[in-house]
Design a protein around this ligand. Structure first.
Ligand code: SAM
Length: 235
């Protein structure tokens, strides 16, 4: 936790917040914090700054906060990922928040198992918890938006064209395709497939809509590795 994030619910008054639970445990066990210590703080959706611990007990830490630094800019990127298995989704949510992706679209695909859509990880509060972990890691306060699209075809036909307007669109797909670009010098949409890959029909639909297939080379990467590699490469 490189940034202690707080919300209005943590406020005692305009200057002070009180935190317990996971954040308190982290202050105790990792920071070995004590009264008088200064830590980095940020308000979810707001500014970042410093906090001074003014009270520290087994139940709570009271911190005097002053936050006037804006969070870092997000990437000019719409990330579309075929819904992965829950364990992988948890890691991807963290990575997405960590890397500054402003919006993640989770889409269905022929090779997405139906049961994945019933995963408790998709509950809004759970998504938020994993995104917060990513924000704490990279020092950001703005939660990425996560949008689910449970039907592939309506997504590609009705939603994707509007997303693509004014943006370059890349489909990460293993094969003999041009290498993925190394920069993000224009607004971009990036599509990443499911663990079994997109089926040929889906690849054609995405290409017809305007997505250019690009490759990361001959190695087939796991979805979470592909997400991190592509974000690293582009950003
Ligand atoms: N057998 C599947 C195939 O050939 O499409 C492998 C799918 S891979 C495990 C999951 C996703 O990660 C792919 O759909 C693609 O979006 C991305 N990916 C993995 N390795 C890649 C590579 N070398 N180049 C481009 N994209 C890759």
């Amino acid at each position: 936790m490189n940034l202690l994030l707080f919300t209005d619910e943590d406020r005692l008054d305009a200057q002070r917040i009180a935190v317990g639970g996971r954040r308190l445990q982290h202050l105790q066990q990792v920071h070995r914090a004590s009264p008088g210590d200064s830590i980095r703080v940020g308000e979810v959706g707001g500014h970042m700054g410093r906090g001074t611990i003014v009270e520290f007990s087994a139940q709570r830490a009271v911190i005097e906060v002053s936050a006037d630094t804006p969070p870092p800019a997000k990437l000019a990127l719409e990330l579309i990922v075929a819904l992965p298995r829950p364990k992988m989704l948890r890691r991807i949510l963290r990575t997405v928040a960590e890397c500054g992706v402003p919006r993640l679209h989770l889409v269905n695909s022929y090779r997405v198992e139906k049961s994945f859509w019933r995963s408790p990880v998709l509950a809004p509060d759970t998504i938020r918890d994993y995104l917060l972990l990513g924000l704490e890691q990279s020092r950001d306060t703005v939660l990425p938006e996560v949008v689910s699209h449970r039907l592939f075809r309506p997504f590609v036909e009705d939603t994707l064209p509007a997303l693509l307007a004014g943006r370059r669109a890349l489909l990460a797909h293993p094969g003999d395709y041009p290498p993925c670009p190394r920069d993000l010098d224009e607004p971009t949409v990036l599509v990443i497939g499911p663990e079994g890959g997109f089926i040929p029909y889906e690849v054609s639909k995405l290409q017809e809509t305007g997505c250019q297939a690009v490759s990361l080379g001959p190695r087939i990467l796991r979805v979470e590795t592909a997400v991190a590699s592509l974000l690293g490469r582009l950003a």
